[in-house]
Design a protein around this ligand. Sequence first.
Ligand code: NAP
Length: 307
Amino acid sequence: MPLENGEGHSIRLASQLGSIDKCRLGPIIYWAEVMCCLAICASLSKPPPSMPIMINQGLLFMLRNLLILGGTTEASSLAYLISKTEFNATISYAGRVGRVRQQPIQKRIGGFGGVDGLSSYIISEGITHLVDATHPFATQISHNAILACQKTGIPLVALTRPKWEKQEGDKWCLVPDIDAASAALDQSPKRVMLAIGRMQLARFYKNLQHFYLLRLVDEPKATPLFPNHVIEISRGPFTTRKDKLLLTKHRINLIVAKNAGGNATYSKVEAARQLGIEIIMIDRPKIPDRRTFYSPEAVVHWLSFPG
Ligand code: NAP
């Protein structure tokens, strides 16, 4: 994965930095940040108990209270990495799935209540930095994060994965969004793997002629209205070998997938290539430009050496 700051940077976590490195951190920049953070603390009715103020050899070293918008493997990797540093961090989940992963940092679950709710949370919890590590198709929360950071004046970065690129042997029909994918299914009956999660299944109810294989993280609360379907409950990461077995078992001859990128669900793309199965590939929604990183290490580097 490319680091935004270029290949070949050696990144050491804050906890691994020696005292000489700490003295190289640019005291003027840090002092300005420290004063800013102290101002945020002073504006709170009670300072967050976990906001770290670390004094090392006379230098106020780090003041970071991070909010990670999660729900992805990237967010979990970042949470793990952050837990090895002196930074304070909270990971946030929408609460869509029944079983949220165990995390080595504190977590919160549920919506914030739009831009205003997220802004209030940032202020009341003394959040100093926001990392949007949500899924590339989670556009609402990403837009909210941009606006809430503008409102509260804290820095925002995105942690994401590059999209998948078509490889030789792939049979992709590219469509711009979910509705275009649904329209592309207006054809004679097929055996379709609908790999789009649970939330937007109803958008495919106009094409009930197909058999559908639905791979979901949790058992759905209401039975989907497809007359001919099978639900496979499982959570990634998946493997190409098992996905080939799954596709073969259900005699799948068409897949509908979001261009999520990353490794966790790429196995179905490889399996489809090897089995010669067509994929209706849904392009990513547009999100306004943000500073974007492609590895958790790059985010930690940015937190350690801002600029
Ligand atoms: P969305 O449409 O962008 O967000 C809808 C609302 O859900 C947001 O306005 C927010 O509610 C709440 N929300 C979303 N992510 C949140 C988070 N991490 N923490 C707290 N609240 C959050 O989101 P979505 O597409 O439904 O996805 C929901 C979650 O599932 C995301 O966290 C995403 O990373 C994960 N996910 C999504 C997909 C996908 O295909 N969309 C796939 C895998 C995982 P309020 O306005 O009340 O704050």
